[in-house]
Ligand binder design. Sequence first.
Ligand SMILES: [Zn+2]
Length: 171
Amino acid sequence: MTSAEELVAKLLACTFRFRHHSRERDTCELPVLVERSGRQPRCPWHDSDARPAGFNVKEELEKEIRRPNHWLEGAKLEMSDLRRLSGNGARMPNADLEGSQLDGAMLHKAILDDASLISTELPAATLSYASLSAPNWIALNCRVLISRTAISPERAFTALHLTARTSLASS
Ligand SMILES: [Zn+2]
């Protein structure tokens, strides 16, 4: 083993478990940047308290989304400033986006199944071809959440069902 390999081997990997049907691996495996004693090893996305000082959530998120095999299922992104996020193709099923600002965010083809979007601000966000299957919040919040987004509220119910099926078919 080279010293670089030893260094990598010593880094803890996040053990957060994935469940979405399209996942390519069962656990997160991203590096743990802040070890917290007595807690499960978690990357900055699966424990918002495990982020190093100065961690810029939006910038780091955009970097992670650009990685071709990224999988941010269950990411803790509540109350985050994600305005104008470049999030096309983001794979974030079950992400917690409660109370986050996503005004003008680009989320074309994003996987957001079962994401928590309670009080999430999505004005002028692009959600074309995004997968948003989530029976709980569709019924409750759909009209509010997607007003002024790139797809009209009236069409969204159809779009949501269609994209959910597309996402299943491609898995
Ligand atoms: Zn993780």
